[in-house]
Every structure is written in structure tokens, then in C-alpha cells.
Design a protein around this ligand. Sequence first.
Ligand code: ATP
Ligand code: MG
Length: 573
Amino acid sequence: MRALLPFLTLFRRHRWLMTLGILLAIITLLASIGLLTLSGWFLSASALAGTAGIYSFNYMLPAAGVRGAAITRTAGRYFERLVSHDATFRVLQHLRVFTFSRLLPLSPAGLERFRQGELLNRLVADVDALDHLYLRVISPMVGALVTITVVTFGLSFLDMSLAFTLGGIMLLTLLLLPPLFWQAGRPAGIALTTLRSDYRQQLISWLHGQAELRIFGASAQWREKLEQTEHSWLEAQRRQAGLSALSQALMLLIAGFTVIAILWLSAGGVGDNHSPGALIALFVFCALAAFEALTPVTGAFQHLGQVAASALRLTQILEQKPEVSFPDQGPARPQSVELHIHNVTFHYPAQPQPALHNLTLDLASGEHIALLGRTGCGKSTLLQLLTRARDPQHGNISLNNIPLSDYDEATLRNVTSVVPQRVHLFSATLRDNLLLARPDAHDELLNTTLERVGLASLLDDDGLNAWLGEGGRQLSGGELRRLAIARALLHDAPLMLLDEPTEGLDAQTEGQILNLLHEVCVNKTLIMVTHRLRGLSAFDRIAVMDEGQIIEQGSHEQLKMINGRYSHFLSQL
Ligand code: ATP
Ligand code: MG
């Protein structure tokens, strides 16, 4: 339950709209009770008055009251739905934006802890589940309490003991049943939340991995696992539905017994009146209608377990502290970049060995460095520290002699162009996939950039409007890398960080791309991670990494001379 508290404070912003919704719900409930009570009494009283009462019985006033209550109930329900749904959607919108804004600064290091399907599930389904809180818990609960008070107070003018009997039974029902169903529904609620998330994740993996699963003949096995989860999920839903039915049946039973009790008690007399006549109908119909206010409450509490589980899952995201934070303002954007990486050590969480260990590397402005090393030696990690996807635990990195952490995010992004090792293709047009690197670029520039990286063929059919990614054209590994290079060229920053940009390219295309890169990177500082030994002579310096450290560095010619641990590796240069 405590998990719900932070969300209740978030609701504060919409408190007036929510209060209006609750007020309208109360008006509707009271009108509904008034309608049944008044019409019950009116019909009985007119029947008792008979034709003799045509002149003595006032038919007009109760009839107008019935009509008034009916109109109030209809109008009240309409506006209550309008207002409370508007309030709910506003709260949901606020919650979603709030959760998303907390997610953004976590990216990418903080998000690695969650799987993608899991994150999406928390952002969509768990936020949605919180709408229960206002619509199904707070509003009916307050409504029921006010109704009990008003009904007891109203009836007490006619008969104190009858009023308190009805009010007492209702209050007892309201206080006892919800906690009972909250406890009973909790295990199923928690199971529903986790199983829904598990099912979606497994379904997404199953869909994504179709090709592999088929090739290795593992599809049936995965399908079976998925079906097991689905089965458990359905089972939890069945238990939940069973509880709902039980709560409704119990409520009907209590209402039925109460009505019989009130009928019996009121038949003995109402107040000082020992032959109450139509007043019996008034009490009985009032009891019948008043229980309507209690019906939604037990059901709501039964779902509260699910809501609390969702709230807890959202809190786990919201409580994450961003590992990297940027100042609001930083130094002005430099035209050229000089980098100093001094004694940097970086440990991935829960990894026994540091990925970078006392690494020192200096880059002069306009220098081009090729970074070589065995797989897993920390090359990509180093580039991640330079983009501040993560921060080192020890040592410092400075850009133009100012600590990297002093730069605000916009300036740092503006100064660096990156080709990451894993390129993401957005499911969007070719134009959109390029514009993200430079939103103001016109089509002509996009076309020439694509031609420069040898991707003019992508323009063949629909030009820049060609749809890429899911639901559209897929790119080969080499095409994807060149698209990333095109993005980096468009971004046009003084520091270029390229992680294996020529991976997957044939020798000829690789040569062309390397020439292009050196041509556009004149006066730019360039770090290029590569496993390929071709074309290294064009770099000012070659640095060799091993186990998170720079172990050798020098010009192409110098390195050829070195007979170190890497002679077998460098002899191929
Ligand atoms: P490659 O040449 O294969 O791309 P690399 O030199 O770029 O390798 P890194 O990706 O920097 O290597 O990884 C360095 C070490 O850190 C590896 O041992 C890797 O398993 C580990 N590592 C990388 N990313 C993570 C991560 N997100 N969490 C934990 N460990 C990681
Ligand atoms: Mg790498």
C-alpha cells in the first residue's frame, strides 16, 4: 500500500477536477437513492390513499420530486462520467510524462537493468493500472461514506433506530469487506501484473527471434513456454474473476438480508407511527438503493493488489538515480577539440574485472588516431566514456582542458559525432533516419551525403521517402554502417568517434569510406576503433589496447618496428 503514496501526491495537481468528479458521483448516487425511495413511498402512499385521496393527497409535489431526481440522476451521471474520465486521463497523461521524463536521463546505462519489453510494459500497462486508484477506489469510497452519512441523517428524522440500523450495517460492510477482498485479491493481483509482463516479454522475444528459433528447430519449445505463461496468466484472471463474483454475491446477500430486516423492523412501526403504511416502502426502497453505493467498493479493493504491484514496479524506475548528470550551462561550443584522458578506470557494475584500467591517452587538436585491440579489451567502453554514456570511477577526461563533466549535454552532443558499434535503424523514412543527426538539413544535402557514403542505391525507388526498418526495407550490415557514417557526416562536429565504421564492408568500399573519412575529418579530431589493419598508414597515430589499457602507441612506421607482445598482431600492419 505504501507504494501508492508517491502517486497520490502526484494526483494533487488535478485535485479540483477530481473533487468535482467525486461531488458529481455523490449527487448521482443520492439522486438515485432519492428517486427509488420517493417513488416507492409515492406509489404506496397513492395506492393507500386510493380514489378517496384525489382531493386530499398531494400528488403533484412527490411526482415533481421523482421527476427532479430522475433528471438529476441522468444529468449527474453524464457529467460525472465526463469529469471523472477527463480527470483520469489528465492524471494518466501526467503520470506517463512524469515516468518518461524520469526514464530519459537514465539512458543508456541505467536502462540496461531492464529489458526493453519490460520497460514498455511498465510505461504503458503499469501506468494504466493506476487509473483504478481514483476511478475505482477513491471516488467510490468517498461516495459510499457520504451516502451512508446522508442516508442515516435523512432517515433519522423519521426513525432514529431504523436509520442507525441501516447506516450501521452499511458502515460495517464498508469497513469489513474491502480489507477482506484486498487481502484475498492480493496474490492474484500481483500474479496478474508479473504474468502480464512476463507474457509480453516472452511474446516479443518469440516474435523477434523467429528466424533463429526456426533455424535451430526450437520454435515449438518456446511456444510451449509461452503457452505455460499464458495458462498461468489465465488462471490468475480466473481466480480474480471468481473473487469478483464472490464479492458481488456477498454484497447481494447482505443487501437482501438488510432489506428483509428493514422490512420487518419498519413494519413494527416508524418513529411514533405504529401503522407506518407507505413509510415501510420508503425504508425498504431506500435500503435497496443505498447498497448500490457499496457495490463497486469491494471489487475495487480486490483490484488494489494489482494496482499496488504496478505502483511498486513504477517506483523501481522512478527511484533510479541517473548515473550521469549534466550541468545546465557549460563552456561555449569549441571549434576544435583536444582530448586528455588521464588514468581512467571504469568498472561495469557487478563485473569482476575493470573494463578500463588506468588508461591514459592524449589527442591533439586535429589528430587522427586508430584504436586497435583484441575483442573485449574496452575500446567501445572508452568511446562510451567520451560521450558520457557512463562516467569513469577514477581518473579524468578533459576536452580542451575543461573537464568533460563541465559541458552541458547540448554542447557535448554538438561537439561530437559518433558512429556506434551497434547502429539503430528507426522504423521510419530514410529522410527521418538521417535528419535525426541534423534536423535542419535539406534534401539535397541528404542526397549528396548518401552518395558520398555509397548509398545512392537506397534512393532508387521512393527516394528519401523510402520506409526503413520494421515494416519496410531492411538494410544489410554494411549498408547500416554506412547509414551511421552518413549520420555522423551530417552532424559535422569537431570530434569524430567511430566504432568499427568499416566493419562488414568489402575491401574496395572500405578503402573509399576511409578516404572519405580522412577527407572530411581534416582539422577534426578523430578516434577510429578498428580490427581492420588496412589503411592504417593514413592515421597520425595508432594506439593498441589490451585489458583496458593502452599498451603501445606510435606512428604506423614506429609500430611496425615494435617487438612487443603484439608483434604477431602488428606484423600484419
Ligand atoms: P569488441 O572489439 O568486441 O567490440 P571492445 O573492445 O569494444 O570489444 P567493450 O565493448 O568495450 O569491448 O567491452 C569491454 C569489456 O566490458 C568486455 O569484457 C565486455 O564483456 C564488458 N562489457 C561491455 N559492456 C558491458 C555492459 N553493459 N555491462 C557489463 N559488462 C560489459
Ligand atoms: Mg566494441
